[in-house]
Design a protein around this ligand. Structure first.
Ligand code: ACO
Length: 332
């Protein structure tokens, strides 16, 4: 599904992010599984990741990121029309984590709901919010990408334990001021490939956790090499498509913010779409793969570091479980 806005109706007016204070380094992982700092760095680019303390829930991370994104946009929680939380690791089965966020920030007039699209969730939420703001009545929407992946990681499996982290990133989406705007979004899925990246427990397939005898089903499972290949191809296609449809050239892009899963995926995508690494934002070394939180955390950091300024055009591109993928072009 593609959406091109010749006259953008909405813009990103504020960003915020939050990552927990507890840091798990590659050296820590060396003590937990048969791995090495050198293997992890060269295969993934990850040096450390932030992990929550026991007792922290996903909506706690959301609240911290959300309040920053609202403050920057000068939007009061009571003036939010909607809250969309993209996550695969919500607080509970129901209600939606977005409803807990609504309560925690006092967004009494908002509709609140969650969105499940794994790593691609934030770009899906951006596309939906942009469309919701096409109704004249809707003015302010909070979108959040967040995960506590440490809660669904098998800490005994070296293939996956090294990859993931926790965090939240939020954006306040407002009506366009005529200069800034969401120029285009593209989101797509292919359910035929779902088994390559999945977690089977926690749904109606295994209603009673005691029925699960295969330990692997209780955690994230991934065919790493296959996911890698699909991720590069789909992210390249999604980036090229949105640049072309919006009518831009590569040289118009000030910064590429790719999903932060693996430095080798990021470098391969940048090379194939011919964007130099100096124009690519990377923080996978600090946080690992935080799934739906990855792009909004990176976006917030890039803005705070002065890498995106007023009227700069930013390209975001993502790939995740489902499979799901997508891209967005935004003028700040
Ligand atoms: N430490 C040391 N050795 C390891 C480790 C480890 N942590 N993990 C695997 N190995 C070994 C394997 O056992 C294998 O050994 P063998 O050759 O004796 O069998 C060898 O290293 C190579 O394993 P591969 O899986 O082929 O390694 P690869 O280079 O593909 O890297 C990785 C693995 C990092 C997982 C990579 O495939 C990857 O990044 N895949 C994509 C992940 C991704 O992008 N996910 C995105 C979506 S995530 C989401 O949606 C939630």
């Amino acid at each position: 599904m593609i959406e091109v806005n010749l006259n953008p109706v909405s813009m990103i007016a504020g960003t915020g992010s939050y990552t927990p204070g507890k840091i798990l380094t590659n050296a820590d992982l060396e003590k937990m599984v048969d791995t090495s700092d050198e293997w992890i760095r060269t295969r993934t680019g990850i040096r450390e990741r932030a992990i929550v303390e026991n007792g922290t829930v996903t909506s706690d991370l959301c609240k911290e990121a959300a309040l920053k994104a609202l403050e920057e946009a000068k939007v009061l929680p009571k003036n939010l029309d909607a809250i969309i939380v993209a996550t695969i690791t919500g607080d509970v089965r129901f209600p939606a984590t977005a409803c807990y966020v609504q309560e925690k920030i006092g967004a009494v007039n908002a509709v609140a709901f969650d969105l499940s699209a794994a790593c691609s969730g934030f770009i899906y939420a951006l596309a939906i919010a942009d469309n919701m703001l096409k109704a004249p009545e809707n003015k302010n929407i909070l979108i959040i990408g967040t995960e506590i992946l440490s809660s669904i990681t098998n800490w005994k499996d070296r293939n996956t334990a090294i990859l993931f982290g926790d965090g939240a990133g939020a954006c306040t989406i407002k009506k366009s001021d005529g200069k800034s705007g969401i120029l285009g979004t593209y989101i797509q899925s292919d359910g035929r490939l779902s088994k390559l990246l999945t977690m089977q427990a926690g749904g109606t397939k295994y209603p009673d956790p005691k029925d699960i005898t295969d330990e692997k089903l209780k955690y994230i499972s991934m065919e790493g090499r296959e996911v890698f290949k699909h991720a590069v191809k789909k992210m390249v296609d999604a980036a090229k498509l949105i640049i072309r449809e919006v009518g831009l050239k590569n040289s118009d892009i000030k910064l590429l913010i790719p999903h932060q899963a693996n430095i080798r995926i990021i470098e391969a995508v940048a090379k194939k779409i011919k964007i130099p690494m100096e124009k690519v934002f990377v923080n996978v070394d600090k946080y690992g793969n935080t799934s739906a939180a990855s792009i909004p955390i990176a976006l917030d950091e890039a803005r705070k570091e002065g890498k995106i300024n007023k009227e700069d055009i930013c390209l975001m591109v993502v790939f995740g479980g489902g499979f799901t993928w997508g891209s967005a072009v935004v003028r700040f």
